[in-house]
Design a protein around this ligand. Sequence first.
Ligand code: MSP
Length: 514
Amino acid sequence: MAEKYYITTAIDYVNGLPHLGHAYEKVLTDVLARYHRRHGQRVFFLTGLDEHGIKVQQSAQKQGRDPQEFCDAMAANFENLYRKLNVSFDDFVRTTQPRHKQVVQTCLQKLFDAGEIYQGVYKGFYSPRQEQFLTEKDRAADGRFPEIFGEVIELQEDVYYFKLAKHQAWLVGHLQQNPDWIFPSFRAKEVLGALEQPIPDLCISRPRARLAWGVPLPFDAEQVTYVWFDALLSYISVIGYDGVTVSDWWPGINVIGKDILVPAHAIYWPIMLRALGLPLPKLLLVHGWWTQNKEKMSKSTGNSVDPLTLIETYGVDAFRYFVMREMAVGYDADFSSAQFHLRYQSELGNTLGNLVNRAVSMIARYRGGVIPAAGDAALTVSEENLRCEVGGAVKAFCDNMDKIQVHIALMELWKGIIRVNQYADENAPWQLAKHSADAGRLDVVLAEMAAAIYLLAGEIGCILPATAENILSQLGHLPPLPVTENPAWPSIPAGTKVGKPEPLFPRIELPVSE
Ligand code: MSP
């Protein structure tokens, strides 16, 4: 039976529009899901939305709308974008769905019955904007709370706590014994650093009077669940958890941004799972931030890039390629539209687009559109080298994908594409076409180019799915190549007729202001 691969994204807050950072994470997760699906694993890919909490309640109020109606309208923006991005999710969780809320309540009741949740009082400074209680550490040097917290109020309320403190030593041990549990592993140090101080128990409820928009506690109808406690459980609610058994998709891989590693994913989440008696995620895959002028892109600072505009100008695959190629997973990357344009023009247009276009056009022009069949006997050292290097590029792509080095995987794959272009330049089919004595050689070169593109298209499809389909259709509607451990050089059925050559990445003129 094929190995299971369950992968999730963070679920986005619905109180603003999705930006490049959200889109990046969904594309990264999609690329991994497609890669593992292609390589024979059974994949379940979950994404979705985080719809509860004070921010959503406030945003809805501001617009004079019912929170659910507000969420439904906002959810459409996210789903629409993720479909446009060709994100191949298997399910889309929204934390306001009954199927999710029910599991949250099951978990709360179970933890309450087990004595992991207890009633208490909370007194402190609270930032409604950030939806968090503040501590002395949050004060700026001048003693005031920084601007990002907005108006800070003093609050005392009856609430419920989840026991975190008693699990601290266990969590430290887990992190020390499993240095690869967090990717990249340097992030684990941040978590261990945070765990050097005693962690207080976590306040996991809010009085309904202040915050009505949340999952009611099953054992106290006057309280609703803290949004993080609710949201984290989405990773197990949709796949199925009945309070005893979790679906065998779990444990999975949680893909998240670095801002939500500590404390939510690296402290609350493993402790919640442990208290429920469930296994921890296989991996916390932590990506960096997209910045603009080195500042975190975010909807509140207004420096966000709208993925839809880029998709409209350059196409979805150009967007997917750029974000995967430009950012090393785990590190920050600064967005530059000039750099986007450059990569589009050179790596997509002049390298991949040009290769496919010249191969298909020459087959059309010199061979009436039929991909020639050249026997192995006719191969020279030029083909042997080509096969070896293109095969090597595909292997290097896979090795790097296995290590989640997506940008390096792409560089490796592009070496293969560049190599085929070089092969064409060296063998100059346009010269061979001039002499009938070279007809056999021309057959070999054109067949070889088509086969190389066919082989490369398989892995290209993990990153650029629509482009890969387009390539296969231009190559005469070839079926996707099956993946094997050591892919053989593909053979193209005799008589395959190429389609109409169409540029994959048409030239785009930059607006004059650029
Ligand atoms: N709702 C929580 C996550 C709950 S997961 C159980 C949340 N939502 S968010 O909308 O603020 O962020 C969603 C994801 O987008 C997070 O993983 C976050 O790190 C990521 N990004 C938000 N801004 C980002 C950038 N500028 N760059 C890259 N990703 C960032 O947090």
